[in-house]
Design a protein around this ligand. Structure first.
Ligand code: GAL
Length: 669
């Protein structure tokens, strides 16, 4: 359960009552009841109203709205309000403003205009949080804490002098002395050797490529600097309310923050997610984010903290969700472990930069709006799903994801700037999604023993421990599928010498002599051992076999006839290697082969466009069926079940209309 005080599926949104006269609040709570709202995230951007002048606090309005919500049965996910400092902070402390790598100061007037290392920001934020925590600690409406908002969304790193000093402290803790740092950063190159700590700077705009290890460490530091702010607030809240769960909202696959580290420090994982309705594959990317959120929390339930009812305001063209699409995507999240569905925001603003962003309560009268009807319908339905609480996913496949490797892979001066982490991840995720194979994400250093199949897309940077962990997984009987440019560097971004990919050569049974990054649009052909022929592009490894068998080889180029895809028996398991980016059709067939070999089964074999996901409790099993397609489809079932949404019993088959969903409580399996 996410929060003891809301022992149901959570339903609600960001609530910004400070934007409205108090008369509107009565209508708000009436409509919240009508929609089945049981939790709102309150006061996220209210610092300037709570502390209108430095040290002068006004909590009366917040007292009134919290009580009103409580009287109406709506619990509160109370924000710490530190995401957007009032303009007076910048006036008093110009140095609290963030600075870009080009030395540009980011001024107030939007939001998130603070340097994560600013002492003034920290002090003022801590004081505000203390006051909020003390004042509302015992309030019966307080169900959860919402720390700050989307850390790093606009300002993920700061290059000012305070950040430089903080960076140096962080480096001292990591390396101890300058010799070790010089060695780690490889400063013998280009005369970069540091003689004193205060010579070290963040990687500010420089004549050409900055030192890659400096860049990598700055990414680590920047994630940690933000995390330090979160921890500061968390400590204050924990002391005041040891039992109230604490979260801060993530942004799906957000590169600047190492969410494995972050999630370990949260009581509940929560995510903000805005798939683009104009993208025909939006639901696939969304599912991938949902699987990440569940995985970050170790399989525990999580909250979809923000999504939009219809459209956003911040794309070039803000295409709306189609009727029923919001409902379908919401269930896509519930299927993958969400036990809270919330929106940005409750009532659509009438002023400010987000007035064209849809909300639960639109500008037009609710009764005239299809989105309000959808909001009410979803609220009513979620109210029937208490039986799902605590049901968990059942993936036997894990995709490895490591933020440090992601950062290092995408630094500049690599063999190909076109190799992007998430594209690699997606190239495996999509075929698995389409085959209804459940997937977790896992850190390469984590316990992999519960999985049958592990996929390692472009695992460029690996520590010795992670490399050993992956080897052990295969040695003990697991199946591995690893793709190109893996195992190339250590945690310092130094090449692991001894022939690529040094830590995995024995495991994969091969040696890579060199890489062939391909020109934009260039293609090669993969000839498979069973006489198949497929396209590939982006990259080719020049592979020499050292025990592995060939699964496919290149047809063209100076390396024609050399292996592109291999398989190596290792210990009790097997390790596949994919030295290129194949077309989707091949990724599909290769994944099918490795799944079969690993004994990984799909949740259900269904028509294209049908997403089938199972969640289980100890004594119940729930099968989610979601039709993302434009046409009605018939789904064959392995047993019978009752649809929790309609109450209907289904036996052996079920017809799903376009964008329709069913949640079957299964009778037999
Ligand atoms: C999120 C943010 C919200 C709102 C929303 C609009 O990034 O947390 O405050 O701005 O986007 O889509």
């Amino acid at each position: 359960m996410i929060a003891r005080k809301v022992p149901h599926m959570i339903y609600g949104g960001d609530y910004n009552p400070e934007q409205w006269p108090e008369e509107v609040w009565d209508e708000d709570v009436r409509l919240m009841r009508e929609a089945g709202v049981n939790l709102v995230s309150l006061g996220i951007f209210s610092w300037a109203k709570l502390e209108p002048r430095p040290g002068e606090y006004d909590f009366d309005w917040l007292d009134r709205i919290i009580s009103l919500l409580h009287e109406n049965g709506v619990m509160v996910n109370l924000a710490t309000a530190t995401a957007s400092p009032p303009p007076w902070l910048a006036k008093l402390h110009l140095e609290s403003l963030p600075v870009t790598e080009n030395g540009v100061v980011l001024y107030p007037g939007a939001r998130q205009h603070y340097c994560p290392s600013s002492a003034a920001y920290r002090e003022r934020a801590a004081e505000l949080v203390r006051r909020i925590a003390d004042r509302y600690a015992e309030h019966p409406a307080l169900a959860m804490w919402h720390v700050n908002n989307e850390y790093g969304c606009h300002v993920a790193e700061c290059y000012c002098d305070a950040s430089a000093a903080h960076f140096r402290e962080w480096l001292q803790a990591r390396y101890g002395d300058l010799d070790t740092l010089n060695e780690a950063w490889g400063t013998a190159f280009w005369s970069q050797r540091y003689g004193e700590w205060d010579e070290i700077l963040p990687p500010r705009a420089a004549p050409t490529f900055a030192n890659p290890t400096q860049q990598l460490d700055f990414r680590r530091f920047s994630s940690d600097a933000l995390l330090g702010l979160y921890e500061m607030e968390k400590e204050i809240l924990r002391e005041a309310t040891p039992d109230v769960p604490i979260t801060t909202n993530f942004m799906s696959f957000f590169k600047p923050a190492d969410y494995w580290k972050w999630a370990a420090r949260e009581d509940v994982v929560s995510d903000d997610s805005y798939p683009d309705p104009a993208d025909p594959e939006a639901h696939v990317g969304a599912a991938m984010s949902r699987d990440l959120m569940r995985s970050l929390g170790g399989g525990d339930p999580w909250v979809l903290m923000e999504q939009t009812t219809v459209r956003v305001n911040w794309r070039e063209r803000n295409v709306p969700k189609r009727p029923n699409e919001m409902r379908l995507w919401s269930y896509g999240a519930v299927a993958r472990g969400a036990e809270g569905i919330m929106f940005f925001q409750w009532r659509q603003s009438k002023a400010g930069a987000e007035k064209y962003h849809s909300a639960m309560v639109p500008h037009v009268k609710p009764e005239d709006s299809r989105s309000w009807r959808e909001v009410k319908q979803l609220g009513a339905e979620l109210g029937k799903l208490d039986g799902l609480l605590g049901a968990r996913g059942e993936a036997e496949t894990a995709i490895l994801l490591d933020w440090e490797s992601w950062w290092a892979l995408e630094l500049d001066s690599r063999p190909s700037a076109a190799v992007r982490m998430l594209e690699g991840v997606y190239s495996f995720y999509k075929p698995l999604f389409e085959a209804n194979v459940p997937v977790d994400f896992a850190h390469p250093g984590s316990d992999l023993s519960r999985y049958r199949l592990v996929i390692a897309p472009n695992l460029y940077l690996v520590t010795d421990e992670a490399a050993e962990n992956v080897r052990r997984f295969v040695a003990e009987g697991g199946t591995l599928l690893m793709s190109f440019f893996s195992g190339i560097v250590d945690a310092r971004d130094h090449i692991r010498l001894g022939g690529y990919p040094a830590p995995f050569r024995e495991l994969l049974g091969l040696l890579i002599e060199d890489f062939v990054p391909m020109a934009a649009g260039a293609r090669n052909t993969l000839d498979t051992q069973d006489e198949g022929s497929y396209e590939c592009g982006l990259w080719a490894d020049l592979i020499h076999l050292e025990g592995a068998e060939v699964v496919a080889s290149y047809k063209d180029g100076f390396y024609a006839g050399t292996p592109a895809v291999t398989r190596n028996a290792f210990g009790e398991g097997a390790a596949y290697y994919l030295g290129t980016r194949p077309e989707e059709r091949y990724a599909k067939s290769l994944l099918q082969r490795v799944c079969e070999e690993a004994g990984v089964k799909p949740t259900l074999e269904a028509a294209p466009g049908v997403d089938a996901v199972r969640r289980r409790t100890e004594d119940a099993s729930f099968l989610f069926l979601l039709n993302h397609g434009e046409d009605a489809v018939e789904v064959g079932l392995r047993g019978s079940g009752r649809d929790l949404l309609t109450g209907e019993e289904h036996d052996s088959t079920l017809t799903l209309g376009p964008l329709e969903v069913a949640i079957l409580q299964e009778k037999t399996r």
